[in-house]
Design a protein around this ligand. Structure first.
Ligand SMILES: [Fe+2]
Length: 433
């Protein structure tokens, strides 16, 4: 059965598949065995995810982070997503939301989407954003998340300190009730064809490609550190290593109210997505036999990487779909995060398949600031240096679509709005003695 997006990737991607296949011993035999096991595991795990719904996603309190039991930490790592309660206090989070609304009202020219009813804003340097990013609890939570990663060699790596968090300036959204949101279907950020194409990034998935998918560790650090996740220079492709992406809730938002959805098993989804381009189905996708691994065949003759498509001179995706990735059972397994309150934060591992709910059936705005977990590494430090210069000039950060400086807006933050010394350090601004 041919894939619906056939013919969209250049023929050289056949060569890439051949190159990968040739670089692992007994590739066809080993990945075929692995594919069968992964499909069977998915048939099991997806049932559990569907049954539990939002409760499948771990929830912890910020003050408990340092004392979590090993089982809880294991669950967070496996599921790849966590709600951390009360990272900042409710009043402060609500006040930030109010200030963001005031900023937008005071500066009607700010760029946002959709243009006729702006809800997602191209703003990086408002005071609430700069204050939130430098909040010591928030930076503490991101340092804790960074520390879930480790180097298999056990050795200290030059220039890397997981306990030192850095700031990555991103945007915010204030989503209105009733509006349908088609911008964020299920996808994985932080690299597209690069996962297969870029030799260092590919190393992160070495155990999957060698057929030992159960050994795959999404928290192994070394491959991630110098992986180039943006080979084509597309805008809005992150060039830093974010251990987890995240947002801070500025309002109450429950499932169905425009919140985040995730596929809550990061290692299993990685195994499936990474091997998917090497197999083709033998029955139509709407045939129930599609779920049986014996109706799939090893095939590297097509340049397609299902879920990846060309964009802006590079590629976008992976965007898994029910048609291309049936075993993920996305229509049922994309799980909404549990209800959040102002000051709660949600973090998801950089490989997690995530989306934003299409509908917002609540009656309040649903507001979040995007604030990921970024550890000190040489590559991240170099980015923060460039980002700092942009901040000082109120220009957009290097990874994002370029446009108007924020300098002429009323109420833009200055260095004085960075509220802590750990926040100044995270921005690459030297801390006064
Ligand atoms: Fe995303």
């Amino acid at each position: 059965m041919e894939q619906s997006n056939c013919g969209t990737l250049p023929p050289r991607f056949v060569e890439l598949k051949r190159e990968i296949a040739a670089s692992y011993p007994d590739f066809e035999q080993r990945v075929t065995k692995a594919w069968k096991e992964i499909v069977e595991q998915l048939n099991e795990t997806t049932v559990a995810i569907i049954k539990e719904g939002p409760n499948y996603i771990p929830q912890v309190k910020f003050i408990d982070l340092a004392n979590l039991g090993a089982d809880e930490v294991k669950k967070i790592k496996e599921r790849g997503t966590v709600v951390i309660r009360d990272v900042v206090n409710d009043e402060e989070a609500v006040s930030w939301r109010k200030q963001l609304v005031e900023f937008i009202n005071a500066n009607p020219n700010v760029e946002g989407m959709p243009a006729d009813n702006k809800q997602f804003f191209q703003l990086y340097w408002t005071k609430p954003q700069v204050q939130a990013r430098s909040n010591p609890n928030l930076l503490g939570a991101t340092a804790w998340l960074n520390s879930l990663y480790h180097a298999n060699s056990g050795k200290k790596i030059d220039g890397v300190d997981l306990s030192t968090p850095l700031t990555y300036a991103d945007r915010f959204r204030i989503r209105h009730p009733g509006t349908s949101w088609g911008y964020h279907p299920p996808h994985v950020d932080g690299g597209s064809t690069e996962r297969w194409e870029e030799p260092t990034f590919r190393k992160c998935f070495h155990d999957i490609l060698s057929g030992e998918w159960r050994n795959h560790d999404p928290y192994e650090l070394e491959g991630r550190l110098s992986a180039r996740t943006s080979l084509y220079g597309r805008p809005s492709q992150s060039t830093v290593f974010r251990t987890f992406q995240g947002w801070l809730a500025l309002s109450e938002t429950a499932p169905t109210q425009g919140t985040l959805k995730v596929f809550p098993d990061v290692g299993l989804a990685n195994a499936y997505i990474i091997l998917r381009p090497f197999f083709r189905p033998l029955v139509p996708v709407n045939d129930p036999r599609i779920f049986d691994a014996k109706n799939w065949q090893y095939d590297i003759s097509s340049p397609e990487f299902p879920g990846i498509s060309p964009r802006d001179g590079g590629f976008t995706g992976p965007m898994p779909t029910p048609e291309l990735h049936p075993h993920l059972r996305l229509e049922q397994t994309m799980t909404s995060v549990p209800k959040v309150y102002p000051g709660d934060a949600v973090f998801w591992h950089c490989d997690v398949v995530h989306s934003v709910e299409r509908e917002h059936t609540g009656d309040e705005d649903s507001a979040v600031m995007y604030i990921p977990a970024v550890p000190l590494t040489p590559m991240n430090k170099a980015y923060v240096e460039k980002q700092k210069e942009r901040f000082l000039a109120a220009n957009r950060p290097p990874d994002f679509p370029q446009g108007f400086s924020e300098a002429n807006f009323v109420g833009v933050a200055t260095v004085e709005d960075i509220v802590s010394s750990i926040g100044r350090q995270a921005m690459g601004i030297s801390v006064a003695a």
